[in-house]
Write a protein of this length. Sequence first.
Length: 443
Amino acid sequence: MKGKNKGNLSALLFACACAGLLLAGCANRTEMRAGLSILGVEGAVLIEPARGELDAEAAAAARGANDFAFRLSAALAKSAGSENFVVSPYSVWMPLAALANATREQHRPALLEAIGAAGIDPADVNRAASRMLFDLTGERARRQGWGEAREESPLRIANAIFVSDMFTLRRDFAQAFMDFFRGELMSVDFRAPEAVAAVNRWASDNTGGRIDQVVQEFDPDTAAAIANAIYFSADWRHGFDPALTERGAFFSPDGEGYAYFMRMERSDFSYFEDERLQAVNLPFSSGGGMKIILPRDGDAIGLLSGMTGEEFDRMRRDSVLARGSLLLPRFSIENTLDNLKEALVALGVPLFDELAAPLTGGLVYEGEPAWLSDATQVAMIEVDEKGTTAAAVTVMAVMALSAPPPPEAVFEMICDRPFAFVLHGWTHDGGRQVLFAGAVNRP
């Protein structure tokens, strides 16, 4: 992962995607690439929100996703210290929302609460996700042919699930993943090095080549990896004039340094201020924008750690059109969030509990205990006079106990002489626990 991926991603991602097993009775392998086959399953079109309609459950799920975004950002920012930091919470929310469809009933409320969807039925979360994707990826503009909007959207969101060829993805989960999350289903052999290349290639293909190293290796017993990729690249609606960019002092927590400051003066900034901060919104030409928030005490990590969805909405509501000038340094950040699993556990996501195995029976037809064993994200952002480019790939590993892999060589075993046997079960602490053992000398 451009840096490294700590530990074996024993069953990879969210993150976001689970493929591999032949999706019994539901798919044919329609395309082959090195170490990867695409399972051809038809998905539904994204749900188009009707004009003037308010879907209460979808609105609640969307607000909850923003609440999750700030809670996750706060949990991860704690370890950033004086370093730069970037995360895509939405890239984490998407695979977790999808996995609500595979989570055992007794663990599902905890997962939904953790992602900001407490009290919302998973079917409504699915519908909310589809409606979000419809709007975020410009589907409305493409369907209705709004001038330049018919061109490719500046925001791309991809979900995929890579499934071991030793498991069979459940039809109901696969269909929901495709219908509401526009997910791809892919089969890989996690015992072969081509699986790593396949996942990294998928990441690169879906981030404009900006992120091409998410995983270094897989545990051979990986059952699935659920993945999400987000790529955004757009120009400012009102660009900065490069001729006005100047080098100046920048006072970081570690002392004085320097940066290249872009300058903009306008009479129609969307501006907010209170006793704690100043904030200005910079719109993109394609829609949306970036809110720049300047804490008065210089503690940006502290500000982000205390931010809530409600406060973010208040800044938007109470902003005014104002004349002013903005000095903003060009910046570029890339980081690998190896502490994502710990942050999600701290937020109450129950899917990493190996003993409870909350994904058992919901993801694959085989009944082996299943849980998330790891999660990571690689994220980057670049901001300059022209605009912004940002990308993130999240991978969550799914581990499931399974039968041992088939032998690589053909052999013949004829038990026509005394032989031994071992009968074993599975325990959390001991793994394959021996229950009986013996020898047969006279059958």
